[in-house]
Write a protein that binds this ligand. Structure first.
Ligand code: RM4
Ligand code: MN
Ligand code: MN
Length: 425
């Protein structure tokens, strides 16, 4: 890959022409919102600055149609390799500048030229967030199988292979300038009796200790729990409690990653998040939304209030400057009926929306109502922030960073998808 100069997957001229055509309305709405917030003693400019500083990572694997176990209905111009996935992330970033990082999945994104990939990312205005390892699938020619587990397998040879793969992910990430490894394993059981619960967790810890000791000084490892799937009876890292215990046992560099779709139905995820903040172990997020299980739908599409409540905890921690609080915001989605890039853009905006809404919460009043046990008024404080339409702030934050007032509209206007379809035929 030879691209060192700035690269524009989306014609900046198309973006600025669009922005110009809607500038008047955006500014009028922004001024109107500014007045309303001003009455509540909120400085809209300060909020806009925070919105502009918000950064989130797009999953490389989200640039293509995901599919279900019944099949995949791919769309035109889907990326065929990591170079094309990166370019797609660059298109998302050009329109939604807060999506300025990419999370890679190895070996799906395996590269023989990390230096070139790093340069290409830089030219697109992208940096790398956490690396994801994959020991939930067998790769061609693999000497032993992950069918019955990886890091927790009963056979040491399989565990060694999985450990070595994770260490390889760290090394690749180092070359790319990443600073974290996310470990999600598919290990678990389909039937009662299949697994020795305690034995499996013990083996997990033995394997993770080896991975942990291979981490560079300034790296973190994120442990991602998931209640079920592909194991349908039990998983080894099933919940945040297990994740927390493992992270605590491993050491300071180990933290917990919360994928919003990885809990039992109706679990109070915002409370889980608050616990992890309190325990100094919140590493990051995989945002997505779901109705039933790990549906991987676009963020904020089913339960926007839940997303807001999660960010309510995060914004509070940020404001209080909780020591060590520096979570990685990432998306983890699977798109089946939408254009993957459009879905990524929409989700990036929705996550940022929840963040900005959470910044509007009147925390002084909230604390007072909590003290007085005035439940109704406490809820009303949250509802007031949640009901505020912060779209003008988000639009202006994008425009100021060179993005689009309406990212999906400009994406469609730009012809990026049609061009990709031709070039990637
Ligand atoms: C899993 C989990 C992981 C992701 C894989 C593709 O369900 O969410 O984060 O790497 O899917
Ligand atoms: Mn995930
Ligand atoms: Mn998942």
């Amino acid at each position: 890959m030879k691209q060192t100069m700035t690269q524009h997957p989306i014609d900046p001229g198309v973006i600025s022409a669009h922005n110009k055509s809607v500038e008047k309305e955006v500014l009028a709405d922004y001024r109107h919102l500014g007045k309303a917030l001003g009455r509540a003693k909120i400085d809209i400019e300060a909020v806009t600055q925070k919105a502009m500083a918000f950064s989130l990572a797009v999953p490389s694997w989200g640039t293509a149609t995901g599919g279900t176990r019944f099949g995949a209905f791919g769309g035109p111009g889907e990326p065929r390799n990591i170079e094309e996935k990166l370019l797609d992330c660059g298109a998302v970033r050009a329109l939604v500048p807060s999506a300025d990082r990419v999370s890679l999945h190895i070996p799906w994104d395996k590269t023989g030229d990390p230096e070139g990939l790093k340069k290409a990312a830089k030219a697109l205005g992208l940096a790398f967030d956490a690396m994801n390892s994959n020991t939930f699938q067998d790769q061609p020619g693999q000497p032993v199988s992950y069918k019955f587990g990886s890091l927790t397998h009963t056979d040491a040879a399989v565990r060694d292979l999985a450990v070595a793969h994770n260490i390889e992910c760290i090394r690749t990430g180092e070359a790319l300038g990443a600073r974290a490894l996310t470990v999600w394993i598919g290990d678990g059981a389909n039937f009662p009796g299949q697994d020795d619960f305690r034995g499996a967790l013990q083996r997990y810890m033995d394997s993770m200790r080896k991975i942990y000791s291979a981490l560079p000084e300034d790296w973190n490892v994120f442990i991602e729990h998931k209640m079920y799937e592909p194991a349908f009876y039990s998983t080894v890292i099933s919940d945040w409690g297990t994740s927390y215990w493992c992270a605590r046992e491993l050491g300071d560099k180990a933290k917990c990653l919360v994928d919003l779709g990885h809990h039992a139905p109706n679990v109070n995820i915002e409370q889980v998040v608050a616990r992890l903040i309190q325990f100094g172990k919140l590493g990051g997020f995989h945002s997505n939304d779901s109705k039933y299980g790990d549906d991987d739908l676009d963020a904020g599409s089913i339960k926007p209030f839940q997303l807001f409540l999660v960010f309510n905890e995060l914004a509070a921690a940020e404001l209080e400057k909780v020591p060590g609080f520096e979570p990685s915001y990432m998306l983890d989605q699977s798109h089946n009926v939408t254009d993957p890039l459009e879905s990524l853009m929409v989700s990036a905006v929705e996550v940022q929306r929840a963040y900005v809404q959470a910044l509007l919460v009147d925390r002084v009043a909230l604390a007072e109502y909590q003290l007085k046990n005035d439940a109704l008024s406490a809820l009303s404080i949250l509802k007031k922030a949640f009901r505020t339409d912060v779209s003008p702030i988000l639009a202006l934050a994008r425009i100021r960073r060179g993005g689009a007032a309406d990212p999906v509209a400009v994406f469609r206007e730009s012809g990026y998808r049609e061009k990709a379809a031709q070039e990637r035929a």
